[in-house]
Design a protein around this ligand. Sequence first.
Ligand code: MCN
Length: 790
Amino acid sequence: MANLIGQSVKRVEDQRFITGQGRYTDDITLPNMTFAVLVRSPHAHAHVKNIDSSTAQNAPGVVGVFTGADLEAAGIGGLPCGWQVDFKNGDTMKEPPHPVLALGKVRHVGDPVAIVIAETRDQAADAAELVDVDYEVLDAVVNSVTATQDGAPQLFDDVPSNTAFDWALGDAEKTDAAFATASHVTTLEYTNQRLVTNAIEPRCAIGDYDASRDHYTLYSSTQNPHVIRLLMSAFVMGLPEHKVRVVSPDVGGGFGSKIFHYAEEVLTLWCSMQLKRPVKWTAQRSESFLTDAHGRDHITKAELALDTDGNITGLRAKTYANMGAYLSTFAPCVPTYLHGTLLQGLYTTPAVHVDVTAVFTNTTCVDALRGAGRPEATYLVERLVETAAHELGIDPAELRQKNFIPAFDGVEQPGYETQVALVYDSGDYAANFQKGLEKANYADLRLQQQAARKEGRLMGIGLSTFIEACGIAPSAVVGSLGARAGLFESAGVRVQPTGKVSVYTGSHSQGQGHDTTFAQVVGDQLGIPLDDVEIIHGDTEQVPFGMGTYGSRSLAVGGMAIMKSLDKVKEKGAKIAAHLLEAAEEDLDFADGQWTVKGTDQSIGFADVALTAYVPHNYPEGLEPGLEFTSFYDPANFTFPFGTHVAVVEVDPDTGQVSVERYVAVDDVGNIVNPMIVDGQVHGGVTHGIAQALLEGAIYDDDGQLLNGSFMDYPLPRADELPSFETDRTVTPCPHNALGVKGVGEAGTIAATPAIVNAVVDALWHLGVRDLQMPLTPQRVWQAIQDASA
Ligand code: MCN
């Protein structure tokens, strides 16, 4: 149906999910299946002196126990890193081996040491207790700054100062000069704390080797099946890729943590090959806490230079990025190309410089988590701007307005070239900000704040603007920056003889509603009902290739790959229609699923053309039968959504408890396919961002034990702690994709964290509180009030 784009169509996949009919990896039961449990290190840093698995081998139900030595003997390699960021001096990034099962040493609590496989999961768990591992415990280091200092425990013999790489971007000299002449400098030192991802569905993998065909199937709760197949077959197991199938059925949330290639994917498949039986592993929640890649964990010093008129003249930052014990699949690009490049924010800052040191510690690996680098960048910029405004006694809204990049559409006016390597596609930041202020009724909020203070109430208003880079691209550029993968997307569109359409996309939904929005794009373009479209994803044997879902890329990149195939369908369809209508192609119009000879009532429908393509009795000479195309789309640039978020909080002076009273989000994600889904994404994202500000944070002790590795100890936000979000939009289409769309999946997370912290600091500034470290627990906030009034 025409005009499906822009409609709030209800999610077609929700019937299945809400009625409990989703099919997740753990729902799969294969004949003769066995169950795996991993023996994991209880120590953060230790030599493994001996592993005695003889008792476990003979325990009831056990069919196999394997260790790192077995894998090494079989030639199984370590898990590869997919992005190389070299040292500033040109030295190659330190990428020590990341063994699938520990070899000689363990480097974080949860590092896998052995795998036990039995007839039932309980039997495997019981036998895993019987594997006797002799550890020589070593001192651990968990803090990324401490890890670089002399005398710190060394994780790897050949990685001095535990430093994986250092990296810088921007003009250091120009930036230092801006600071030398600044009339005001704002400085913040803080930790952007480590977060655990906590998708509802724990990770799961089933390896299924079929000896009769010498064929390997991995079922995995991954966000990107094709990339896992490539890494696992070519780089870890040395298997012919065409004999490996990766199937990722429904995925119950990923938020980044299921992008990466994990040990259990290799282990279940390899063990299945040894045992000639399927092997299933499903994470217990405590394993998810210890082994799903974590996010954030930056220790940062950030500075902003301003002149006497409140113009921002420079920004510089030094960050220590904690990588955890090994380099996870995309870890190096997160604190660098997804963080440093966003430090321009929405402002004209003429000099920006960022320096990053990436450090190994005895903690779980850190990689992309919703926003991935961009929340850290936005936090840095927006906390600085807000603090500078308070220090200078300028309204934070006014300071921002003074410094916005002027509007540009990327068509008439060129894209905006930043100081930190990006070219923003299009934006009208001031207009979006104005709408945000109006929606929040900002002027009135300030009056309410004055009144509240008179009553002894601590009301705070926090602003945050943000820009993010979605749909990382183009492949040639990211390749030159160290990506070891292309970042295009593919889509096959198969028009069936009856005119129904099957779409095979490399984007893989984990809850984002692709079955609905992609079908809307197809229905809109072909003029057919939504019900006539099926979206197929998550299976390397069905979908030609794909780069998966992350970086809010699926619509802007995956959707555009579909558009390319749809264009080819329409082009070929026009040839068939012209033949049937005995007209010239250029005399035809295509609208509402009909090709019509211009100026006549002669037309033919999409389904008739489809049927003719498969029953080509009356058919254009020389034209191939069939109506099916596969396309690959490599975008010209990122898309750059942006927005303005306003948080209103009240702080209880007696307890330090923060209550979020209002939350206004005015986002610009270009054109929109489904406003309801976009709102849902903003709601989920904002919740995630608020949770970082107020609640979440992985806490390690000095021995590298995760102290809050369970839902009893690690807080997540609940609906009754959040206000009803007030969302609105401006629309600045992306100039370089035909849909004009930008990404939305991470926007809320990026903006919300600084909005909340800014609001709480705003509530307490007049008491003398100047900064607060996240998460803003009642205890921390209460203590800050006490300290300020002492
Ligand atoms: N959309 C739209 N119009 C736009 C932009 C997007 O209608 N202008 C729609 C899309 O078609 C899609 C949804 O909004 O249905 C999100 O699209 P997009 O921004 O392209 O993001 P992705 O689909 O690539 O999703 C990835 C993004 C990321 S990076 C994380 S992390 C995240 C997120 O999505 N993880 C999620 N949202 C999540 N939502 C759920 N339920 N679960 C997760 O794990």
